[in-house]
Design a protein around this ligand. Structure first.
Ligand SMILES: CC(C)(COP(=O)(O)OP(=O)(O)OC[C@H]1O[C@@H](n2cnc3c(N)ncnc32)[C@H](O)[C@@H]1OP(=O)(O)O)[C@@H](O)C(=O)NCCC(=O)NCCS
Length: 93
């Protein structure tokens, strides 16, 4: 990653009554579109817990990919993963 890339960290939360109806993915896509359309951030980062497959799935469906950082994953203190979406990759979808 380029040094000094302007980065925004975000996530999404839905009330449990509304889970598994596609709202999380739909909402996340709207968040992404809003940020990339209205700011000059070039990288979005989300930190799903490793034991939260629904969140990881929503982020994957929204275009995020897992950061391949071996040193990061080796540290047992870290229970969350890092997923990223670059503006240039979003625009090329
Ligand atoms: C994560 C969250 C936003 C997902 O919202 P949602 O509206 O249920 O998301 P969607 O319906 O768009 O998609 C859920 C996906 O996860 C999958 N999923 C749900 N539970 C799962 C499980 N236990 N294991 C594997 N996949 C699972 C669903 O099958 C679906 O994928 P699919 O469309 O390929 O079938 C919601 O669960 C939530 O608010 N959780 C609490 C807050 C949170 O953890 N936020 C993320 C913080 S990083």
């Amino acid at each position: 990653m380029e040094k000094g890339t302007k980065t925004f960290m975000t996530d999404i939360k839905i009330l449990p009554d509304y889970w598994n109806q596609g709202l999380g993915t739909d909402g996340m896509k709207k968040v992404i579109q809003h940020i990339f359309s209205n700011t000059d951030y070039r990288l979005l980062v989300v930190p799903p817990n490793e034991s939260n497959p629904a969140a990881i799935r929503v982020y994957k469906k929204s275009g995020f990919t897992l950061t391949a950082a071996k040193r990061w994953n080796k540290n047992p203190e870290r229970k969350h993963k890092i997923m990223e979406l670059l503006r240039k990759d979003y625009l090329s979808i």
